[in-house]
Design a protein around this ligand. Structure first.
Ligand code: C2E
Ligand code: MG
Ligand code: MG
Ligand code: MG
Length: 270
């Protein structure tokens, strides 16, 4: 804020920028106490295999929720952005990992042993955390295997990892933790590098569902491409039975979306 001789003259900042800065500092201040004050929780959304008669739930995806007594619910996107900008990201995502792994034990007991847990991790978390050992330790403490955990990364993170001299995601690739490419199709490049990405599954972004009525061919090509590269396609954002059936018909057996189940707290399931 710059004032000159009584006349208001905003020089450097637009009011919106000032607002954004204020919000960032407010949120970062609140977020730094969020774990201690138990304001964070996880919702779990099923990933189902529609090629099975009962639409077997194969995984659950952990999604962060932050409810602050003064500010109300803050979206995970905003919370993660704040966490990244303030360095709180490791603490927050370690909490997410710890909680999700703890809950996976209970989910496995309640549903079935081969259920897996998918956790979203930020680019910063992966690139700066030099080792996956803390994550492997968390799993071992609960007598779980690395293959019980899925880490969802966006394609840009995986590409950055590939093209760096010192490949920061190599330890993760070398572990048996599974990698899923999240939001496929929303980032840059995609197709040219898809075959190089060290992932077992590609989550095709819900944005592609906009094409579904007019033209399923695009979605069909994407599914074939992913299969050709020996990866599995998972389509997210399915909201209707019709979408689920059309997509099953073109080979998308792994599905996720409100139609199959909305993100819910663990108590909803058990
Ligand atoms: P994402 O990983 O792509 O998760 C999918 C988002 O789409 C979730 O939003 C989910 O609630 C929503 N969704 C699921 N099914 C449907 C559907 O059928 N229709 C529609 N319209 N939406 C659906 P949410 O929970 O708000 O999370 C948003 C994003 O925040 C996530 O996108 C993920 O990128 C990020 N996020 C959430 N938790 C974490 C976390 O612990 N760490 C990191 N780094 N990111 C997280
Ligand atoms: Mg995800
Ligand atoms: Mg996604
Ligand atoms: Mg997303």
């Amino acid at each position: 804020q710059a004032k000159k001789s009584g006349k208001k003259q905003w020089i450097y900042f637009q009011p919106e920028m000032e607002d954004a800065k204020k919000r960032l500092s407010l949120l970062s201040q609140k977020l730094s106490f969020a774990i201690k004050n138990k304001e964070l929780s996880l919702h779990y959304q099923p990933i189902v295999d529609v090629s099975t008669p009962q639409h077997k739930m194969v995984s659950l995806e952990a999604l962060l929720r932050w409810n602050n007594p003064e500010l109300g619910f803050i979206s995970p996107e905003e919370a993660i952005k704040v966490a990244e900008q303030t360095g709180l990201i490791y603490e927050i995502e370690n909490w997410v990992l710890q909680q999700a792994i703890h809950d996976l034990v209970r989910f496995k007991q309640h549903f079935h042993e081969d259920l897996t847990m998918a956790v979203n991790l930020s680019a910063l978390h992966i690139i700066n955390q030099k080792t996956v050992q803390p994550i492997l330790n968390m799993l071992a403490e609960k007598s779980l295997q690395p293959t019980d955990l899925i880490i969802e990364l966006t394609e840009s993170v995986l590409l950055t990892g590939l093209h760096k001299q010192e490949n920061s995601i190599q330890p993760l690739i070398d572990s048996d933790i599974k990698l899923h490419i999240d939001d496929f199709g929303t980032g840059y490049s995609s197709l040219a590098y898809l075959h190089q990405l060290p992932a077992s599954t590609v989550k095709v972004d819900k944005a592609f569902l906009n094409y579904i009525e007019a033209n399923t061919t695009t979605l069909e090509y994407i599914q074939k491409l992913i299969s050709t590269l020996s990866m599995r396609a998972l389509i997210e954002g399915i909201e209707t039975k019709q979408q689920a059936e059309t997509l099953k018909g073109i080979g998308y057996t792994l599905q996720q979306g409100y139609y199959h189940g909305k993100p819910k707290p663990i108590e909803y399931y058990l």
